[in-house]
Design a protein around this ligand. Structure first.
Ligand code: GLU
Length: 611
């Protein structure tokens, strides 16, 4: 485990540690196998881009977006817990310390490997039974402004994270479910230090302060909490106690569910329709993973309702079908020539994504099988559209994988934000990649206290804004990802496990990775995979590389990270280029020899720990 030296850590945290009675087990947990100690680490990293060292471990490793969350997973693994046990502890602490990104009010996708089989668990939010394609249209039939739709009761989908974790824990858990909530409960009761990133998110957020529960909690005296402030969350501690004892039903039924429904239906401006029946009826799903051969590897990821794996693998497949770029990296950053082919591949892949992908319970795969979108001869045909000059903004049109009979309309472009990624490998040979979200930063900006009447609580997602706001396109064709009752919105989340390729078979585990970042998750993941698997960079070097994205229109390069000549060269090739912040939150763990090497995104507060 590589952290600041113990003496330095103690110095940084002396006041917190003294205040927190370090090392006392939780009441009622003294006889159990796992007892949680509040760690001698703090979110001392700044919210500015921070150089990360990369972390070598021998037996197990956990990577998450906040040091306290990573540490909770580390303590679970050290106590003999499995990867899924650790993921539960990490997720609950993330809910507390990185509330803007994920939690029990949201949804998640988990790719799990138990040493033999790969399984995918779907905890994506579902649309309530009473909604239809007009959910985000105003009286005139025009789509609502994005933020108005997001910060409302309309956008709240039935949460799925807890049901999903419970399903995976039943199959792969080692430690008792109830023990895995101890870190989050303890930190919620005793208090934790607000991290720079949370403080910055609170300061930059306009609508959260209007929420009757979140306003006074995160903006005491009207001012946002500052980094380093100690925050307790008694309502969340109480809710998690109930979940620890009663399982996911403590959220989906009873008083906590009742409170959730009241808050959604009671939203002052735009109430939603979510009911107790919607909550009680939610089920996590185990789906067949998509495992796709690429070069010397097999990459396993999430099928629809995520567009992640299909779009990542379309990009990688198109790149593979094109002649190899001679110098993909120049002076430590991706070259103009490589970026051009990458961006053209992304244009083509996003055109298909916008046409074909939606919840498979509602949308048939092209040709009856999603793998039609990844067929090598189809991608080779798509690669023929890549030329010296860019297809330009809006120039890439969808193809026709699987000779699709139904004519879907094209999905309009909409923003997505927020989210967190967790990668874990345990000592028993399990590995997982889990991306978890409440969609935007602070989700629907509705905080629920579970009916406890205590300060704090958890935030409800705005995942339904991942549906198309308009049910049909300008030609009147239905959009695959339109709102429908009970449907799960299309996602970009791309949790990925990489394996060696043994012929067409899956061999040993090579890596686990994923990222937040809205639709750009796909670019961040695809480029990091190329960097690690094709260019031979280690996990940290790969995550450090600057980003370039396009959803089919303008190209955005990460602010200040590429030479001016690259911007000019891409513009000459017909890309509409500008620079902006591109705040990924990648986490990756690679298998290296007998051990592991983990990387965390320099753009966020994540760290890796392990022994
Ligand atoms: N809601 C988005 C999705 O599921 C993720 C948002 C984000 O990562 O920023 O694809």
């Amino acid at each position: 485990m590589m952290l600041p030296p113990a003496t330095q850590r103690r110095r940084l945290l002396a006041p917190l540690v003294a205040a927190l009675m370090l090392g006392l087990p939780l009441a009622g947990q003294a006889d159990t196998a796992f007892t949680y100690d509040i760690p001698a680490i703090a979110p001392e990293v700044s919210s500015e881009s921070e150089e990360k060292p990369g972390w070598a471990t021998e037996r197990f490793a956990v990577a998450a977006a906040n040091p306290l969350a990573t540490d909770a997973g580390y303590q679970v693994l050290k106590a003999g817990g499995s990867a899924i046990d650790a993921a539960i502890a990490v997720q609950m602490v993330l809910n507390l310390v990185e509330p803007q990104s994920s939690g029990i009010g949201g949804g998640a996708f988990l790719v799990h490997f138990d040493g033999e089989e790969v399984a995918t668990f779907d905890g994506r939010e579902a649309a309530p039974a009473a909604v239809d394609g007009g959910l985000f249209l105003d009286e005139e039939g025009e789509p609502l402004a994005f933020l108005d739709a997001a910060a409302s009761g309309l956008s709240v989908g039935v949460p799925g994270t807890l049901r999903m974790l419970e399903m995976a824990h039943k199959q792969h858990g080692v430690l008792p479910w109830s023990e895995l909530f101890a870190p989050a409960i303890r930190l919620a009761e005793d208090g934790f230090m607000v991290s720079p990133r949370l403080a910055e998110s609170l300061a930059g957020e306009e609508r959260l302060r209007d929420d009757p529960q979140a306003g006074p909690f995160y903006y005491p005296d009207g001012e946002p909490l500052e980094a380093g402030a100690t925050l307790r969350n008694p309502a969340l501690a109480e809710i998690l106690r109930q979940v620890a004892e009663g399982g996911s039903s403590a959220l989906h039924t009873g008083a906590v569910a009742h409170d959730l429904v009241l808050r959604v239906q009671g939203h002052a401006e735009r109430p939603g329709t979510l009911t107790r029946e919607d909550l009680a009826g939610y089920e996590a799903k185990q789906r067949a993973p998509l495992c796709t051969p690429w070069q010397a590897y097999v990459l396993c990821g999430f099928p629809p309702p995520s567009s992640g794996h299909l779009t990542v693998m379309q990009i990688l497949g198109i790149l593979e079908a094109l002649p190899e770029v001679e110098a993909p990296m120049v002076d430590g950053v991706p070259s103009e020539a490589w970026l051009h082919t990458f961006l053209e591949a992304a244009r083509l892949a996003f055109a298909d994504r916008g046409r074909f992908i939606g919840d498979p319970a509602f949308v048939d795969a092209p040709g009856g099988d999603w793998s039609s979108m990844l067929a090598p001869d189809y991608l080779a045909k798509r690669a023929e559209l890549v030329d010296e000059q860019s297809l330009g903004s809006g120039g890439a049109k969808p193809g026709n994988p699987g000779e699709l009979a139904t004519a879907w309309g094209q999905h309009p472009l909409q923003p997505e934000y927020g989210t967190s990624h967790i990668s874990i490998v345990d000592e028993q040979g399990n590995a997982l990649a889990m991306t978890t979200t409440i969609e935007q930063a602070f989700g629907s900006r509705i905080m629920a206290d579970g009916g406890t009447g205590l300060p704090g609580g958890y935030l409800l997602n705005n995942e339904l804004t991942d549906f198309s706001f308009t049910p049909e396109d300008a030609e009147g064709r239905p959009i695959a990802n339109r709102v429908e009752a009970g449907k799960r919105p299309r996602s970009s989340m791309s949790p990925t496990l990489v394996f060696a390729r043994d012929g067409e078979q899956r061999g040993d585990l090579v890596a686990s990775l994923g990222s937040p970042g809205g639709a750009a998750i796909i670019h961040y993941t695809a480029k990091s995979l190329v960097a690690m698997l094709d260019w031979g960079l280690d996990a940290q070097e790969a995550l450090d590389l600057p980003h370039a994205i396009t959803l089919g229109g303008p190209v955005y390069l990460e602010q200040g990270r590429f030479p001016a000549a690259t911007l000019e060269g891409l513009a000459e090739r017909g890309h509409e280029v500008s620079e902006r912040e591109l705040v990924s939150g990648l986490q990756a763990i690679q298998v290296v020899g007998e051990g592991f090497f983990g990387g965390a995104d320099p753009r966020r507060e994540g760290v890796v720990m392990g022994d």
